[in-house]
Design a protein around this ligand. Structure first.
Ligand code: ADE
Length: 222
């Protein structure tokens, strides 16, 4: 079984170092190849943002044909979630997709004509059992680091979202198009409020270690 893991930042991928056997670069994206337990893993350091994440996911699917993709990394907490929480996304939405001026609902992605992208129900059931303290819900994604309490509340309200990030729904769109199973396991580093930049910078290493432990636990049991 091959598991493709898409992570935006080097800092978030640091805890996986001991599992890596070799690496490869494709169009400037680093792919780290290794093993966790008996599973082959390929980590792509996608870079931040939706285009980077979508491109990474397309390369991952084309070149490595993973049986499952895991998108992981830190997120901003919305309302019910707070720093150190682990989040399992059952759906991902692009909060910045906006063709409302043309009569579309907010968040609708043209060509696929969808607002919400589901993650793998089958895998989520297992993951929820392994990570019993995790918060489960919709994650919102856009090309914006949210550091504004009012904007964060608005995104939460519009999409009933429990966390915000900059990659998940772009990966979800590519997984949907390529019919690849996807799970999204993220950790909260900040409150997407005015303190978010400072909290993000100071907690990223610690939270990344916590998320890695959750992801490793899941991979070992898959
Ligand atoms: N990832 C971590 N924190 C975030 C935030 N506040 N906004 C967007 N992406 C994030």
């Amino acid at each position: 079984m091959t598991i493709g893991i898409i992570i935006a930042m080097q800092e978030e991928a640091k805890p996986y170092k001991k599992h890596i056997l070799t690496d490869q670069e494709i169009y400037g994206k680093k792919f780290l190849i290794g093993k966790i337990a008996d599973k082959d893993i390929v980590i792509c350091l996608s870079g931040i943002g939706k285009v980077n994440a979508a491109f990474a996911c397309a390369l991952m699917v084309e070149r490595f044909k993973p049986d499952l993709i895991i998108n992981t990394g830190v997120s901003g907490g919305l309302g019910v979630t707070k720093a150190y929480d682990i989040v399992i996304a059952d759906k991902a939405v692009q909060h910045d997709a906006d063709t409302t001026a043309l009569g579309d609902p907010k968040g609708m992605v043209s060509t696929v004509n969808k607002i919400y992208f589901d993650t793998s129900k089958k895998h989520n059931e297992l993951i929820k059992a392994y990570l019993d303290n995790a918060c489960v819900g919709t994650v919102a994604c856009g090309d914006q680091f949210i550091a504004d309490k009012r904007l964060a509340s608005e995104i939460a309200r519009q999409f009933n979202a429990i966390a915000v990030d900059m990659e998940s729904a772009a990966v979800a769109q590519v997984a949907y198009i390529t019919k690849t199973d996807l799970v999204i396991i993220r950790g909260i580093s900040d409150g997407a409020d005015e303190e978010a930049p400072v909290d993000f910078m100071s907690l990223i290493e610690q939270i990344s270690q916590k998320i890695y432990e959750a992801v490793k636990k899941v991979i070992e049991r898959l």
